[in-house]
Design a protein around this ligand. Structure first.
Ligand code: TRH
Length: 385
């Protein structure tokens, strides 16, 4: 992709985010907003309807403030009563959220209509390439466009901040930095233990995986940020009320509960771990940038359409792996997403560990050849004006 032109005429941008559930919606839009400001000198207003969810990712948020500045982004609480703000030059509706009707009118009343885009969910399916950048619906004179993130050429790419991989590599090459970071979270790595992070939805397959880890000859230190999977961890441990700081040992497995940390710290956690179980959309992408093997718990959708997305990703991801390694990692991911027994799949995966580690780094580097999503959005705008 050619260099972007000098930073001028990049306009004012409004990003709208409704928090459907969990943290992915705000996680993606907050990351995008910050990157647009930091790397593209764009003025960004981020409209969010749920500041409490936002506060988990960014503890500085004042949940009572209708308008505030955070890291160069103007964060506006999107409330039922619309404050009649001017329409921006670029309007991003994240994940098909419905804009306030007064705002849509304000867009239509502008002398030059804004560029209006829907930032869609991430999918590895092939049809995404054909739909990325196409016109969608129109409101009066204002045309909306589809903008699809993705893994393949012809999509909008993935969120990746400038210098991310260099920072990651520097950190991974420094045992000192890692020790310091882990100690800051109260983690004293069990000797010779592999580190695994676990961020997932409720999963009936968890107990069998923990059984396998506990019985393994290699010790495991499992780090579990507070969240939806804790109930399953509690049941397996036979304890109740697990909270951040809790630490339990069962044979070769040490389980430690972590607080939910800010996004940058979560990146560092992923970089420290030998294996990361992630979920949804944003943590899934961050684990890929960590360059380590991963396990994806995909967000469930009606009529199991998420399973097509899972298979589409596996098809892309396993290219370049030997057949047995591809089968092992695919089997593990399928079992996890079906809530099935994980023991055999985990043992099979362990057999191909060295290959999977090498592959995770190669996949990361291959993905980094694509323009990142923020740059692709800015380029789309510059091509459009
Ligand atoms: O939270 P998620 O499951 O989010 C979503 C939503 O369910 C959304 O509606 C759905 O559409 C989407 O998945 C597919 O998973 P995700 O996307 O990984 O978002 C979690 C965010 O939380 C991500 O930005 C990383 C961040 N995070 C932290 O900042 N600190 C932490 O300690 C952890 C565990 C995560």
């Amino acid at each position: 992709m050619p260099e972007l032109p000098p930073m001028k005429n990049r306009g004012r941008w409004d990003i709208f985010c409704t928090v459907v559930d969990n943290y992915g919606d705000i996680g993606v839009t907050w990351r995008l907003a910050r990157q647009l400001v930091a790397e593209h000198a764009v003025d960004v207003r981020l409209w969010v309807d749920d500041l409490r969810a936002f506060e988990r990712l960014c503890p500085e948020i004042d949940i009572l403030a209708p308008r505030q500045w955070q890291q160069g982004v103007e964060v506006c609480h999107w409330q039922a009563e619309w404050p009649n703000a001017d329409a921006a030059d670029v309007v991003i509706a994240a994940f098909a959220c419905q804009l306030p009707s007064d705002y849509m009118d304000a867009m239509a009343e502008r002398e030059k209509p804004p560029l209006w885009m829907n930032l869609d969910y991430l999918s590895a399916e092939d049809w995404v390439i054909g739909c990325h950048g196409l016109p969608s619906v129109k409101y009066k004179s204002v045309q909306k466009y589809f903008f699809f993130p993705g893994f393949q050429r012809g999509t909008g790419g993935l969120l990746r901040e400038c210098g991310l991989l260099e920072r990651r590599r520097h950190f991974q090459q420094s045992p000192e930095l890692q020790r310091e970071f882990l100690q800051g979270l109260g983690i004293d790595r069990a000797p010779a233990a592999q580190l695994i992070s676990l961020f997932a939805y409720e999963n009936t397959g968890l107990a069998s995986w923990l059984d396998a880890l506990a019985a393994d000859s290699t010790p495991t230190h499992l780090l579990v940020p507070e969240g939806r999977i804790l109930g399953d961890v509690e049941r397996w441990l036979g304890v109740s009320d697990l909270v951040a700081g809790a630490l339990h040992v069962r044979e070769a497995l040490t389980v430690q509960v972590l607080p939910f940390v800010r996004q940058d710290q979560y990146d560092h956690l992923l970089w420290c771990c030998d294996f990361n179980a992630v979920r949804g959309e944003d943590s899934f992408v961050r684990a890929q940038w960590a360059g380590r093997p991963l396990l994806w718990h995909i967000y469930q959708q009606d009529e199991d359409i998420h399973l097509d997305k899972l298979e589409a990703f596996l098809t892309l991801y396993t290219k370049g792996l030997s057949v047995p390694a591809a089968q092992a990692i695919s089997g593990l991911w399928r079992a996890w997403n079906a809530g099935e027994d994980m023991a055999d799949q985990w043992l099979a995966t362990r057999k191909h560990w060295a290959e999977l580690e090498k592959h995770a780094e190669a996949w990361c580097l291959e993905q980094a050849l694509q323009a990142d999503l923020a740059a692709a959005l800015v380029q789309f705008y510059l091509n459009w004006i």
